[in-house]
Design a protein around this ligand. Structure first.
Ligand code: ADP
Ligand code: MG
Length: 226
């Protein structure tokens, strides 16, 4: 599904170059559950942002479903991001003025989905994360774990081919983190391809495979036994 070849991402800061990614090679198959581990600053978010078309590599190839993403126009990349990729972030990134339902409807706003269909799909997605009862609550009326579940519903409501999560449990207590991980595990078991960034070994071990990054490079790959 995804093939990264000799991917570099270099930032120029003052007079020096920071290599956030160095020669990353990575293959992701449909149905994979991949954890990206490594210390702070090792390039995990940079890698995820490139996978999610939020950022572009400095050099190297990113092939998504047979298409070289670097060769797409900005409009085509935006479509790819809106239609095929779901995102979950550490700090939820929900809109504070919208209800849970309103937040989950958002990704469908620009996709030509009718109002009634948006409502129906958003309600179904909230139901799938166990939050039907909280549909009309705003984010500040929800716990951290509930907010992250709303964010998960928003990420999957478009049925993305790829679900990306950057430290999705990083801001949650143990119990809420476990609930979020159980949701993600269940989604992968149902076929959802997931790439998850975490520095929590307990979270990383739930994924099927794990790569460890250090200073912009993938330094270890391992397959977790179940
Ligand atoms: P991680 O998510 O593993 O903590 P990041 O991918 O955020 O790491 O960062 C990787 C490296 O790139 C770090 O050294 C960081 O300081 C640097 N970096 C990230 N974003 C920028 C930026 N916008 N400008 C300059 N350097 C950056
Ligand atoms: Mg990060």
């Amino acid at each position: 599904m995804i093939d990264l070849k000799d991917l570099w991402r270099t930032y120029h800061v003052g007079d020096s170059d920071v290599h956030a990614l160095r020669a990353v090679d990575l293959e992701i198959q449909a149905g994979d559950y991949l954890a990206v581990m490594g210390p702070s600053g090792s390039g995990k978010s940079t890698l995820l942002n490139i996978l999610g078309c939020l950022d572009r590599p400095t050099s190297g190839a990113y092939v998504f479903e047979g298409r070289e993403v670097g060769g797409l126009t900005d409009a085509e990349r935006t479509l790819l991001r809106q239609r095929q990729i779901g995102f979950i972030f550490q700090f939820f990134h929900l809109l504070p003025r919208l209800t849970a339902l309103g937040n989950v409807e958002l990704p469908m706003l620009f996709a030509g989905v009718s109002r009634s269909e948006r409502r129906r799909l958003a309600a179904a997605a909230l139901d799938s994360v166990g939050l039907t009862e909280r549909s009309h609550h705003r984010p500040d009326q929800l716990s951290g774990g509930q907010r992250q579940r709303v964010a998960i519903a928003r990420a999957v409501v478009i049925k993305p081919q790829l679900l990306l999560a950057d430290e999705p449990t990083g801001n949650l207590d143990r119990k809420a983190a476990r609930e979020v991980m159980e949701l993600l595990d269940g989604m992968n078991a149902a076929g959802q391809t997931i790439v998850l960034v975490t520095h929590d070994p307990e979270v990383g071990e739930r994924a099927r495979t794990a790569v460890r990054m250090d200073d912009g490079a993938i330094v270890e790959r391992k397959v977790n036994s179940k």
